[in-house]
Ligand binder design. Structure first.
Ligand SMILES: [Zn+2]
Ligand SMILES: [Zn+2]
Length: 129
């Protein structure tokens, strides 16, 4: 069986990664920490198992943004790439905008909507928590 392979990387091309197989979920995260680290009003992540995710070229820089949380980004161009937390052992949450073909994902839900910006309106019927 051929598994889907999705590739991505940072804006300057120094860091390239691949994800093999389908994501566990694709969520909008409305939390203030993700907002700050991506500098975007909302962040969308594909959650995958660590063994699905491989950096194939270059090396991301890691930053502990809060206890138990590590985010990675490209030190050259600043593109944020991943989120990992001790709350989600064995998972890598990959920022969807860094994939080469982000249109090939289907969001499955919204999390931390208590922190959602009041002027941001996304009209879908996905589960919200
Ligand atoms: Zn880069
Ligand atoms: Zn978040």
């Amino acid at each position: 069986m051929n598994e889907t392979v999705r590739t991505g990387g940072c804006m300057c091309g120094a860091v390239r990664y691949r994800v093999v197989g389908e994501p566990l979920w694709v969520n909008y995260c409305h939390c203030a920490d993700c907002r700050r680290s991506s500098a975007a009003p909302v962040s969308v992540f594909a959650g995958v198992r660590e063994d699905q995710f491989t950096v194939e070229q270059g090396e991301a820089t890691h930053y502990a943004s809060s206890p138990g949380v590590v985010r990675s980004f490209c030190a050259t161009c600043g593109t944020p790439l991943t989120y990992q937390s001790s709350k989600f052992p064995g998972e890598v949450h990959v920022l969807i905008g860094s994939f080469d073909e982000p249109r090939n994902f289907t969001p499955t839900g919204h999390v931390l909507t208590a922190e959602q910006l009041p002027w941001l309106h996304i009209s879908d019927d996905l589960p919200r928590e």
